[in-house]
Design a protein around this ligand. Structure first.
Ligand code: SF4
Ligand code: SF4
Ligand code: FES
Length: 243
């Protein structure tokens, strides 16, 4: 009896390119990343793709699988295969470098644009900051902190697709997390950054980011939190003075 086989269409090329079909042996526990790795190691070593940890920590292996953005190292073929077919493409909303590898610069530049990086004011000589685990700020920060930067949310966002300057769910989720970090000293700059034309008010709240995030984070909730903060600052008026 012949071995069960998957028919796998894989995007080859850059923005211009085509799907090429490969036949891959099927087994019960394989992930989509296993399939791509099999193709690259056994069938075509010129296939480009990206991964590192294989355990859902680094965020580098996301691709579009049967039309949906997913982390491929934690996506089992058996759960998403349609008959015996898979279609694997690069993430949407990002430039394609080659085959399944996208250029992530724009994605991470937007984190910078949202002031999505920590800056404290303590030195090594100061005592550790004490943040109560049950404080409201800590709880709110915890809710978004496990982001692995995979860009699944970004690739799933229709607003990013139509407005290329929109900061997007991951950068805004990071901004919200840091907004709730009581040690960070850039709160006003961050609020200004997310209040702008490309910021939180551009979100349509339809929730694809939250539905797709493989870490079960809720960028939509964080974006709503930012909207409230911006509104509160506007009501209090005034030059974005005290928040
Ligand atoms: S909720 Fe906002 S950020 Fe998330 S996918 Fe929709 S428009 Fe994009
Ligand atoms: S919010 Fe979720 S989907 Fe978006 S980059 Fe972070 S982990 Fe990935
Ligand atoms: S390879 Fe690291 S998250 Fe998939």
């Amino acid at each position: 009896m012949s071995e069960p086989t998957l028919k796998v269409k894989v995007w080859r090329g850059t923005e211009q390119g085509e799907f090429v079909e490969y036949l891959v042996p099927r087994n019960s526990n394989q992930t989509v990343l296993d399939v791509v790795t099999f193709i690259q190691r056994k069938l075509d070593p010129t296939l480009s793709y990206r991964f590192a940890c294989r355990v859902g920590m680094c965020g580098s292996c996301a691709m579009t699988v049967n039309g949906v953005a997913r982390w491929t190292c934690r996506t089992h073929v058996a759960k998403i295969v349609e008959g015996d077919s898979l279609e694997i493409a690069p993430l949407n909303n990002l430039p394609v470098i080659k085959d399944l590898a996208t250029d992530m610069r724009e994605f991470f530049n937007k984190w910078k644009g949202a002031v999505g990086f920590f800056q404290g004011e303590q030195t090594r000589y100061d005592d550790f900051a004490k943040v109560r685990p049950d404080s409201e700020e800590r709880q709110l920060a915890n809710a978004g902190i496990e982001c692995i930067g995979c860009a699944v949310c970004y690739a799933s966002c229709d607003v990013v697709a139509s407005r290329s300057n929109y900061l997007g769910p991951a950068a805004l989720n990071r901004a919200w997390t840091l907004t709730n970090d009581v040690r960070d000293v850039q709160q006003l700059d961050r609020l200004r950054a997310v209040a702008g034309d490309a910021g939180c008010h551009t979100c349509h709240t339809h929730g694809s980011c939250t539905e797709r995030c493989p870490k079960q984070l809720a960028p939509t909730a964080g974006i709503s939190g930012l909207k409230k903060l911006v509104a509160r600052a506007a009501v209090r008026g005034t030059k974005w003075g005290k928040l």
